[in-house]
Design a protein around this ligand. Sequence first.
Ligand code: BGC
Length: 732
Amino acid sequence: MHSLHKKTLVLSALLTAIAASAPLALAEDMPLYRDPKQPVEARVEDLLSRLSLQEKIGLLHADSKFTTAAIPHLGIPRRWMSDGPHGVREDVGPDDWLPSGHTDDFSTCFPTLIGVAATWNPEDAKAMGTVIGQEARKRGKDIMLGPGVNIQRTPLNGRSFEYMGEDPWLSGRIAVGYIEGVQSQNVASCVKHFAANNQETDRNSINVEMDDRTLHEIYLPAFKAAVQEGHVLCVMGAYNKFRGVHASENDLLLNKILKQDWGFTGMVISDWNAAHNTKECVENGLDLEMGTEKKAYNDYYLADPYLEGIQSGKFAPALLDDKVRRNLRVMITTHVLDQRPPGSLNTIEHQDAARKVAEDGMVLLKNDNAALPLDISKIKSIAVIGENANRKQVHAGESSAIKAFYEIPPLDGIIARASGKIDITFSPGYRDKAGKTEAADLMDRAVAAASKADVAIIVGGLNHIEGFDSEGEDRKSIDLPFGQDELIRRVAAANPRTIVVLVSGSPVAMSGWLDKVPAVVEAWYPGMESGNAIAHLLFGDINPSGKLPCTFPKKYDDTPTGAAHSAESYPGKNGTVTYSEGLLVGYRWFDTKNIEPLFPFGHGLSYTTFTYNNLKVTPADSGKNIPASIDCDLTNSGPRQGAEVVQVYIHPDHPSVMRPEKELKGFSKIALLPGETKTVHIPLDPNAFSFYDPAQSAWVAEKGNYTLLVGSSSRDIRLHADLTLNKTTTEK
Ligand code: BGC
């Protein structure tokens, strides 16, 4: 063979071999932590071993309002966080809270979480979480700061609208659905605010005192469900103190309960400016410090002061590695270092999901003589009244405010649904800052409009101005503001077909008018599809199926914090608030103390009716972690398709310790066609019969008799059954 030809052949064989081995060589060079096929923990350890001390510290604190620093040579990008619970928040300046003015920071806006809880449907929460996760991806966010699961201890809490009401079991179910949705999109969810953050008054400094049973039975279960069932990757520590120590650096809450007892392996993020002390942050369980008001990010407690503490031997390197591991674990689990699907924004599916959740959560509180739905063919004119009818709400409320793609206020939704068929007028009736003469004039004009129309629809309630449903301040009273009680009374006197639609995120009193109007709807803050959802309910395109996630009291003094009449109980005295009502929060209080609420927990009417039959209780299923389950037949006995939430409460007949009169331990939302019957199967909460025994640090299900109460609300029990536990069981 010609030697040149031979050489060419050899060269080409060599090149082929190099080409064939190229991917192999690359794979061999690829550090283990970059390989998505490797187990998460192996990737975490590998990456940890490559970080310098300075780089480790850099992962534990902010480098702008919502980011942590990148480590480019290792391929670690800047991590982006964003509020919030009901949409991806607009971008703010890197070092301040001012809107960035970006034009690509819009998002779909869902109802606030109280309205999501009112769906009593974890699938709705999951659908919402999935959309939020997709939009977070598209907007380049890695961690979404929600959901908020703080229990509504007092109806005055300014952030009630951002939370899921008064019941731990309901809050836990909704939170788990939501977290599963967000995290299905490779975005971490951050449940907040851990823990006992139940008021805005003095929120940065207030010290919360409560007994152990109350902590474990009321204020922790939703967080525990988020961790153990939702596998939430992040937990945000709260602003307040708990038993004398700030919650974001609290050994009992973070190290002992969250990490040790519950086995939480993700990371604890401080609330923004909730860290106060390097030693406490280091030793008491904080893994990422955000929002501290310091001149430079290196001055953060977990920045240079921590670095110096490590270098001087004051702090152990092992604890540092634990914090870094937790940060890396979240990053690697959500594929921050890998290729992720890009996500999507404002698709038709997202808009539909936002509307469906809004519709599913609205609660028909009252509907005498089938005043609703309105028959569009029989009405000639409607007077729409109330500032909330044309007020846009979603770009307010502080950290949870959303710059939505659009927002359809109630008036626009009603017009879109009925114009051309019905003559619609609008008069505000009140204005939040109206002077006296103006207020009187607005009211007179609204009353005059109502008197001329076939139907009056008042859209009132609250708004996100500070002092109502807003972060940073509690409400002063549960009364409707801006003279609305008088407005509704006068409009109802002028037009007996007056429908009241309340837009609010917390309970309101209905003084002097409830018996004068035939129908009342609680719409919550329904998000950007508000107007469409409300119009669909009013005109019967959908059948309401929401149920109250919180008791509506007749008056503030009927509530636990109101009845106490003491600053110690609320909002605190000498810097401490004591939860003297203990376990008796919400309906647990009203039912145990025999106080008639305005509308009870779990209440919500439908345009159809449901009948309950054949309750069967199956005791412990030892194979599964279920202490009992119930079956019953539910029939749609009315004329329309609809959905009912079957609720299961337990009542211990002769407990050896104080137990609330009844407690929600299971529920299921069932859709039925007219005349249809389904057998509903509801497994009960694993701790359904247990109370928390502080002496043993354990859950105790006492032997004895229990009554299972199955019904349509906490005060509309349709079926009862007895169940006996033959032996006492204790579980850590
Ligand atoms: C709020 C958090 C929020 C954070 C970041 C704080 O004021 O309490 O809920 O996630 O700000 O905006």
